[in-house]
Design a binder for this molecule. Structure first.
Ligand SMILES: [Zn+2]
Length: 186
């Protein structure tokens, strides 16, 4: 099973977007089905980042991503009351959309060849709910995909980086070394 990748969309005129990646940014109606209702600059993410003394770009991106994972998991109520209240107010303002279920995400983002790619506006270097979607499609629980504080690297992103490194290392092996370590394929 291979994981999908996250692509960053560009607003530059003439930017080309891959057609195979599924758009997970915000949008109206069906186009926004996979968008994160929690904005990094929204009240819930701000309060969440503040709780962890991480009111900076990376901290806010973590907070919005963690909120998304908890929303999909149906666990927003486990947050401190003020943050849970801010999160439900944000959802209410959007008409209380139902979170996608894990099964729904797997149906949409798991193709015959493994995880589908996703595309979002977020920079590759920061957390994005697209990572949570990729992780869920890869069999992870939503909450396991993103660290429970901004101070530690997020589980899925770290695993993926290791995976990519292992593959890069394997590409450097000679055919004889590959025969000697036939299971060295992760
Ligand atoms: Zn994003």
């Amino acid at each position: 099973m291979s994981y999908g990748r996250r692509e960053q969309r560009s607003r530059k005129p003439g930017a080309v977007h891959s057609k195979s990646a599924i758009y997970v940014g915000r949008g109206r109606g069906a186009a926004g089905r996979w968008g994160n209702p929690f904005r990094a600059a929204g009240p819930a993410a701000m309060a969440f980042a503040q709780l962890h003394k991480a009111e900076h770009y990376r901290g806010l991106q973590w907070a919005a991503t963690r909120l998304y994972a908890l929303w999909v998991a149906g666990s927003l109520a486990t947050l401190p009351a003020a943050i849970a209240a801010a999160a439900s107010a944000e959802l209410k303002a959007l008409g209380d959309p139902a979170p996608p279920t894990v099964e729904e995400i797997r149906r949409a983002f798991l193709g015959a060849a493994g995880g589908r790619d996703v595309s979002c506006w977020c920079a590759a270097s920061v957390d994005c709910h697209g990572d949570v979607i990729l992780a869920i499609a890869g069999g992870w629980l939503p909450q396991a995909a993103i660290g429970d504080t901004p101070l530690f690297p997020s589980g899925f992103r770290v695993e993926r980086r290791k995976d990519v490194t292992r593959r890069a290392e394997r590409a450097l092996l000679s055919p004889v070394q590959r025969m000697r370590w036939p299971n060295w394929n992760r």
